[in-house]
Structure formats: C-alpha cells, structure tokens
Design a protein around this ligand. Structure first.
Ligand SMILES: [Zn+2]
Length: 113
C-alpha cells in the first residue's frame, strides 16, 4: 500500500473516532469530520474502512454516531435486506442480509492474494 493511502486511512480513522466522541455534544463538528473523512477517501482513492462504512452517509458525510441521524429498517420482500436512511439528506442504503456472509468471504480471499 502506498504511503498516501496509508496516511489517508489513518486520517479517516482519526476523523471517525473524533466524530464518535463528539457526536452528541457537537454534532456539527462530527459532521465536518465525517465530510472530511469522505473527501480524503475519495481523493486518496481508498475504500472507506469496513468498520466505518455503515456508520457514515456516503452522500453527505453525516456520521451516524449522531443521535437521530439515521433510521434503520429490515425489509423482507423477496430477499431480506436492511435499509439505512440518512435523515439529513435522505440517502438510502440497502444492505442485503443474506448475501452478506458470502461477500465477506470473498473479500478475505482476495486480501490473501
Ligand atoms: Zn446524508
């Protein structure tokens, strides 16, 4: 991994931890941190770290650590999936609940290569 990517990932991690810490007392700061983290990921062309990917709106950068910033529902039509909606910009993310395991396995296999 290049230095740029490594540094970018470190900064994203720090920004997301910052967002987590301040989500309740300073939600506006947490949002700025989230937006910045998204921007860094895009610029450095790194995948947003898996552990944070679901904790941020990838459209407006709102960290979902902020209370009331998202709603989550489980839908059972055809295939089971989880729906996460950002309450700030309305962006909707669907996560298939069944395929998830397969995809994860695929990712770790790729990582070994
Ligand atoms: Zn949003």
């Amino acid at each position: 991994m290049s230095d740029v990517k490594r540094i970018a990932l470190e900064r994203i991690e720090r920004l997301m931890e910052f967002a987590k810490r301040h989500a309740e007392d300073h939600p506006e700061l947490a949002r700025e941190a989230g937006k910045l983290a998204l921007r860094i990921a895009r610029k450095a062309r790194v995948r947003f770290p898996a552990k944070y990917r679901r904790l941020i709106c990838r459209k407006c950068g709102t960290p979902f650590y902020i209370p009331g910033s998202f709603t989550v529902r489980v839908r059972d039509r055809r295939s089971t999936h989880v729906v996460i909606r950002c309450n700030v910009c309305g962006y909707v993310k669907r996560i298939p609940a069944v395929r998830e395991k397969k995809r994860r396995r695929g990712e770790t296999e790729n990582a070994k290569k």
